[in-house]
Design a protein around this ligand. Structure first.
Ligand SMILES: *Cc1c(COP(=O)(O)O)cnc(C)c1O
Length: 409
């Protein structure tokens, strides 16, 4: 039944040909594009050209000749349409954690006197660590971090809060916050918003400008497929760029880096959010990877992502497995992943990998399945569900070799 339904859904899928933009093994079902996106066609060639021509032969001249120096801005402009951002508000640099530190500090700087950040207890831990690190640096008189469970966030938004710092799609269960509703409520109370879009960009038709978001950051190696450790990005609304100041004031954020002045004079616009020398090889890879989105309608992507999630849930329901849905049941409340609790989640994910289905595990007991709409087919999901059923029903996950936890889960 599921196989026939899957074939019909695939036949009607306008994004089906886009899978050819990826260098994916046909034997593998990859349900972990939310952790590390696969290699897009064209990335190897782009990096190879940078190595052979720009580095090997061009050498230091390539900073000018290959325009390496402006790559952070150029890649930022490639990402901007995915965010619903007009030009001049996005720059590519550093990791999401580092970028969050920069924008959180910049937001605090915009507030006179003591600032209170409201965030979610279940936020990505790195975001909580970064906020706490900044609090320790600035002192608790200047900065307070208040974290509450997701369901209490909206009520907790009151005038005692100065900054709302949230992750749009939860990393562990895919739960999606209403970015527009939160942002508009925050704005009506004079609260600044910072969104972490790591699990949203590329799978959701974001409208940051229209929603009135103040700051955002996100990740380059998940749905954007920029490769392991690809740089992230920063969005700062035009209206804050004149007054915002970020504390990692390195030379690349200087108005004239090659004046080598002992005093720091901030660059204008998004360049002030740079710190040090950009990782050119990684940024070239991300830039080439972003071509997977050429001509793609993000509303169609979101539509397919919801259909994939619903289809997966229906396959799982049919299988009657001893698992419990960890994600919201309504596709409108989810990003592009659907997760389940299982007491042996880690071992099940390991056993499933041996059957050529890659998902991942998140402590303590969550099996995560991510569906990148640009390459995941409904048939992939039907096959993955039947292999998962086999692993659980035949208890192959109980084998000794699936028990020991590796360093990266
Ligand atoms: C993946 C992810 C990050 C990644 O941070 P890095 O600094 O690149 O390690 C940050 N925030 C969220 C919500 C994520 O899902």
């Amino acid at each position: 039944m599921s196989n026939l339904q899957a074939e019909a859904l695939d036949a009607a899928d306008p994004l089906r040909p886009v899978r050819e933009r990826f260098d994916l093994s046909p034997d593998l079902i990859y349900l972990d594009g939310n952790s590390l996106g696969p290699l897009p066609i064209g990335v190897s060639q782009a990096v190879q050209t940078t190595l052979d021509q720009d580095w090997q032969s061009g050498l230091v001249r390539s900073w000018n000749q290959a325009d390496w120096i402006d790559l952070p801005e150029r890649v930022g402009e490639q990402i901007a349409p995915l965010l619903g951002a007009a030009a001049g508000q996005v720059i590519c640099c550093d990791s999401t954690s580092v970028n969050l530190f920069k924008v959180l500090a910049a937001a605090v700087h915009l507030i006179d006197g003591p600032a209170t950040v409201l965030t979610e207890t279940g936020n990505f831990p790195s975001d909580l660590y970064i906020a706490d690190g900044l609090r320790q640096l600035m002192g608790s008189d200047r900065l307070t971090i208040r974290s509450v469970p997701g369901e209490q966030l909206f009520e907790a938004l009151d005038r005692s809060v100065s900054i709302l710092m949230l992750t749009h799609v939860n990393f562990r269960n895919g739960a999606l916050h209403d970015l527009r509703a939160f942002t508009q409520r925050a704005a009506s109370l004079g609260i600044l918003t910072i969104w972490d879009l790591s699990h949203s960009t590329g799978i959701i038709d974001l409208e940051l400008d229209d929603a009135g978001v103040d700051f955002a950051v996100g990740c380059g190696y998940k749905y954007l497929c920029g490769g392991p450790g690809a740089p992230g990005y920063v969005y700062v609304a035009h209206r804050h760029q004149k007054s915002a100041r970020q504390p990692l004031s390195g030379w690349m954020g200087h108005a004239e880096p090659f004046a080598f002045s002992p005093e720091f004079t901030s660059a204008q616009g998004m360049k002030q959010f740079l710190t040090g020398t950009p990782a050119i090889l990684s940024m070239v890879a991300l830039s080439a990877a972003l071509k997977i989105f050429d001509g793609i309608d993000l509303q169609a992507v979101r539509h397919k992502s919801r259909q994939l999630g619903d289809f997966w849930v229906s396959c799982m329901n049919e299988a009657h497995l001893p698992v419990r849905l960890a994600s919201p049941s309504d596709a409108s409340d989810r990003g592009a992943q659907v997760c389940y609790h299982h007491s042996e989640a880690y071992a099940v994910i390991q056993a499933l990998a041996d059957m050529q289905v890659l998902g991942d595990f998140r402590a303590p007991d969550v099996m995560r399945f991510g569906f990148h709409p640009l390459f995941t087919s409904f048939t992939d999901l039907a096959h993955a569900a039947s292999r998962l059923t086999e692993v659980i029903q035949l208890e192959s996950f109980k084998a000794e070799r699936y028990q020991a936890r590796k360093a990266v889960t």
